[in-house]
Design a protein around this ligand. Sequence first.
Ligand SMILES: *Cc1c(COP(=O)(O)O)cnc(C)c1O
Length: 384
Amino acid sequence: MSTPETHVPFFDLHRLYLEQKAEIDAAALGALGSGHYILGPRGKAFEEAMAASLGGSGQVIGCNSGTDALVLPLRAAGVGARRGAAPPEAEVITVAHTAIPTITAIRASGGTPVFVDVDADTWLLDAKKALAAVTERTRAIIVVHLYGAMGPVDELVEGLKKMGRADVAVIEDCAQAQGASKHGRAAGTLARFGSFSFYPTKNVGCIGDGGAVHAGDPADAERLRWLRNYGQKDRYNAQVEGGMNSRLDEVQAAILSVRLPKLREWNARKETMVARYRRELGGLPLTFQKVAEGVVPAWHLCVVATDAGPTRDRLQAELTGRGVQTLIHYPHPAHTQPAFAPYRREALPVTESLAARILSLPMNPTLSQKEQDLVIRSVKEFFR
Ligand SMILES: *Cc1c(COP(=O)(O)O)cnc(C)c1O
């Protein structure tokens, strides 16, 4: 029954490429022919364009991936690597309800993840719980702006200041939230560091891997530039430990410069689609993520939660049967996965309940109205 006409893919990356094919091809070919492939003019131009798009208050440092965009600031903040600069068991507080790279990055930087639960309505880091988890070993808190909404950055920054712990670095994981804002301030600029991913499906995607960090403090920005380039201040002059090879190459930077100007339009299209899902499915026994006051999300995913796990699984099976592809972000919270279970300290009831009930509906800049119609009709018929 899933003929090509009725089949709704979760995301069609080829369609997104076709939307700007001529410009992307020209940009990539220009980089290929330039003879300058690493840390060249295209990377610099993109970093400047992105910094301007975030309000121009800080600097953007390109790197290899969104994962590295978290590792680099963690290291800059003194987690691991620097001998004598941090206790070996430096703790990094974050959520288990996230894409696994958030946690991979904490371990890659030498930190110990400390998991706290999410808020039952926003599905994002619970600021009170995060602040209550701060110890003398805490070096950083990563607030994940999951699905494109924004977590309680201000509350964390203010709360740490009140506790006399402004030394704890707050990092915004903006991998899913490029273009979001809170009271007019861009996601990624509200804390000491903002981390971005250009994984192909993200709000602005490479044709490959890429990432970037925003830093408001020039000294932080400089340290990040050293860290991404073997720890070198300049050639043959290694300044800091913990350096790595993590640079955004010229081909990807050229492509990103073509795509960045489309961010607003793509996010606006997605906003319209999410609004439509909320309107059409609002009367059904489904819950949508609550958006905090003052936040304009950059919808990366449209996630609904059913009342119970079995309903979610049956709904997903029904949609699959009708040719509608759905995904679950994420089915297994980090503290339940083998690699990170050793860091589990306590149960995370909200996180665990959500993981069993959530389902991501097709939603991306190239989804057609007809495709969304089919998704809406299928969900409604399931509940009828
Ligand atoms: C995608 C993602 C990352 C990692 O990005 P990569 O570019 O794939 O390394 C980190 N955190 C979150 C929340 C993500 O969605």
